[in-house]
Write a protein of this length. Structure first.
Ligand code: ZN
Length: 684
């Protein structure tokens, strides 16, 4: 790898941060931390850490010797000075003489030594940084270094590659013990430029930010050269038949990794999926020997938190029914093995740990690619990123020799680390977390408000609209993983494509809000056949197209689902000269009931929201004035005073009704009226 250090850039950092009262040491620490953190071959998602020993004023203004070290919750690629909390060096150095120190005590002492008590927790590798004598210390989980060290004879390979330039530290779990051991190894080899932590990663150090950084580049380059010499690895591939497309594989897989926690109350622990494929991924997952090299463990221990000890290998998906059965069997075997793994190691650790959810976080699908999985699209993407990284390491490791990371017992200690166990049960998920919601007509008005409302309850949302730019805009406003794209719901092919896109992005669909619609006016005896049919296309057949496609996916998942429709008041209480709009809406109300009846046994619920007089796009182009006139009211009266409560009904009120129906686990075939009160349109 090449150095990305630039003197001019370094000077810019120093000047910029000086203006904010940040000293040169910390400014340069931010600079090279970002250089390291923005390279996925070195650092991924919160992995790795850096530090600098410097002097800063304490709360009273007295200069104090501190270690500014990466805080938890910060990514190196986007670090700021606030992500490098300052910890008193005198306190940290006193711990060097301790014989033992529990992780809980270590964290508590480190917190008590923070200059700013509001800082994030300093990294669990803080003491390792503190005990090394160098001013700048850099730590990464370099892919190339891991490929060398994750071998049965990784220590011999590293010794040969690094000679006297880096010393080797045997594997010990991060914490006080590793900090002491690494410091001892460095003290015995005072001239080395870095340390190779076997089966974990690499440290480099120096007296300046540039020195520590350029040593990291040089040491990692040695590993890269060694891999290059071994030649590119191509796994012997099995001959694969034609496989199902990803949009058909994903919902089946998503169903297989969902766990029903309470059947009567319809409580599921679903996962969101993130799909990836590439030449390197296919080389790996299509390999004849994938069941061996993919099951050896993770490349560096803290990845277990994101991916468990390894992926589940799926059967080749050639036929829907056979794949469903094979996927369920593979997941059951994974879960059974996970229970065994937990029992085996928990027994040896005093039996005091709480077992985590046993479902896999990564699936390998031969002929298709990989799926990261998790409680959110973000968690799934992280699991997928880490797996892509794992594939690189394992592929290179197999080119050199054979991939063999830390032992299962060591992985267990990291996955069941006491500080992680202490967090269990403390984070409460939002009510619609782990669910995928599709909203049609989501570019504005009720649809946009509905997408916002579902996202606020934790759901992953996909917004479909004829207005592609508008759908993207709404998704952008929601942020996170929200998706928006163009789809004209009167075109069945566009519906199929849109749902395929949602399944590829999130793995499936749990809730659909079929909201897209438009109003047609005209006296029913005079309306043209063409106009009436056009209204039926959008206000009835499009709802059927959406519901049909969603139902097919929900059945493939086998975890129930919810179909919601915007039927409008016209479905129940026709307005004068509004037949072309009300008739298809009335049919859609019955469509909703028919789905309730036909798919209730599959756990698919339905519901309709019946809003009235919501001032959104549907009233554009003078329609508001015309409808008010038809009722003998002014537009103002029509909107605000036309109901029993005398309140204007807003898009957000309708959105909340859709969310309420999605959460009403024992209701199906139900209609919720959102009109401020209109007895003529009231249902039983
Ligand atoms: Zn590490």
């Amino acid at each position: 790898m090449d150095s990305r250090w630039k003197n001019a850039e370094a000077r810019d950092y120093v000047a910029r941060y000086l203006d904010q009262g940040i000293n040169e040491d910390v400014a340069l620490r931010v600079y090279t931390t970002r250089l390291l953190g923005s390279d996925p071959r070195l650092v991924l998602h919160g992995g790795g850490n850096t530090s600098v020993k410097t002097s800063v004023p304490d709360q009273l203004g007295d200069p104090t010797e501190v270690l500014c070290v990466k805080g938890s919750g910060w990514d190196m690629g986007h670090i700021e000075p606030a992500g490098l909390p300052a910890v008193r060096m005198d306190v940290l150095l006193r711990l060097r003489s301790f014989d033992t120190l529990s992780d809980e005590d270590m964290v508590s002492i480190q917190r008590s030594a923070l200059i700013d008590p509001a800082s994030p927790n300093p990294s669990v590798e803080t003491l390792l940084h503190a005990f090394l004598p160098h001013k700048f210390v850099d730590h990464t989980h370099s892919t190339a270094v891991l490929a060398l060290t994750d071998q049965p004879d990784g220590d011999a390979i590293c010794a040969e590659v690094y000679g006297g330039r880096a010393a080797l530290v045997p594997y010990v779990m991060p914490g006080f013990g590793l900090a002491k051991l690494a410091a001892d190894v460095q003290a015995a080899n005072p001239d080395v430029e870095g340390l190779i932590l076997l089966k974990h990663g690499i440290f480099s150090f120096g007296e300046t930010a540039e020195e520590a950084y350029s040593r990291m580049v040089a040491l990692v380059s040695l590993a890269e050269d060694r891999i290059e010499n071994a030649g590119k690895m191509t796994f012997k591939a099995v001959a694969l038949p034609k496989t199902l497309p990803v949009e058909e594989v994903a919902p089946i897989l998503r169903g297989a990794v969902a766990e029903c926690l309470n059947d009567n109350d319809d409580v599921w622990r679903r996962q969101i999926l993130a799909f990836r494929t590439s030449e390197a991924i296919r080389n790996f997952v299509d390999g004849e020997d994938v069941a061996r090299y993919s099951q050896q463990g993770v490349v560096t221990p803290d990845h277990t938190i994101r991916t468990k000890e390894g992926p589940v290998v799926m059967p080749v998906p050639t036929d829907q029914d056979a794949f469903k059965k094979g996927a369920i069997d593979a997941v059951s075997a994974f879960v059974a093995a996970y229970h065994d793994y937990f029992a085996r190691h928990n027994g040896k650790r005093g039996g005091e740990k709480t077992e985590l959810d046993p479902m896999p976080r990564v699936a390998l699908v031969p002929g298709v690619g990989i799926f990261g999985m998790g409680a959110s699209a973000k968690a799934a993407a992280i699991a997928a990123d880490i797996t892509e990284n794992m594939i690189d390491v394992v592929t290179d490791a197999e080119a050199i020799g054979q991939f063999q990371p830390v032992s299962e017992a060591d992985l267990f200690d990291v996955e069941y680390w006491s500080l992680e166990q202490a967090k269990l049960g403390k984070g409460i998920e939002k009510p619609l977390a782990r669910q995928v919601v599709v909203v049609t007509g989501g570019a504005g008005g009720i649809g946009a408000a509905t997408a916002q409302a579902f996202a606020a309850q934790g759901a992953e949302v996909a917004i479909l609209d004829r207005d592609d730019a508008g759908a993207r805009r709404t998704a952008g406003e929601i942020g996170g993983a929200a998706l928006g794209f163009g789809c004209d719901v009167v075109d069945p092919q566009q519906i199929s494509r849109a749902f395929a896109q949602v399944c590829s992005a999130f793995g499936g669909v749990d809730v659909v809000v079929s909201n897209a619609g438009a109003a047609w006016q005209g006296r029913i005896g005079e309306v043209s056949d063409a106009e009436l049919r056009a209204s039926f296309e959008l206000n009835f057949f499009a709802h059927q197209g959406i519901a049909q496609e969603a139902t097919r996916i929900m059945l493939a998942q086998g975890t129930g689902g919810c179909l919601l429709f915007n039927t409008s008041k016209q479905a129940i209480n026709p307005g004068p000269d509004f037949g072309p709009y009300g008739l298809p809406k009335a049919a859609t109300l019955f469509l909703m009931r028919q789905y309730a009846l036909d798919y209730g046994d599959a756990g698919i619920r339905t519901g309709a929201v019946n809003p009235d007089r919501v001032n959104t796009g549907i009233f554009a182009d003078g329609l508001l004035e015309q409808r008010a006139q038809a009722r003998g009211l002014t537009p103002e009266q029509y909107l605000r005073s036309g109901n029993l409560l005398n309140r204007e009904v807003k898009a957000g009120d309708v959105a909340r009704a859709f969310v309420d129906l999605a959460l009403a686990r024992k209701s199906t075939g139900a209609v919720m009226t959102v009109d401020g009160g209109n007895i003529a349109a009231a249902l039983r």
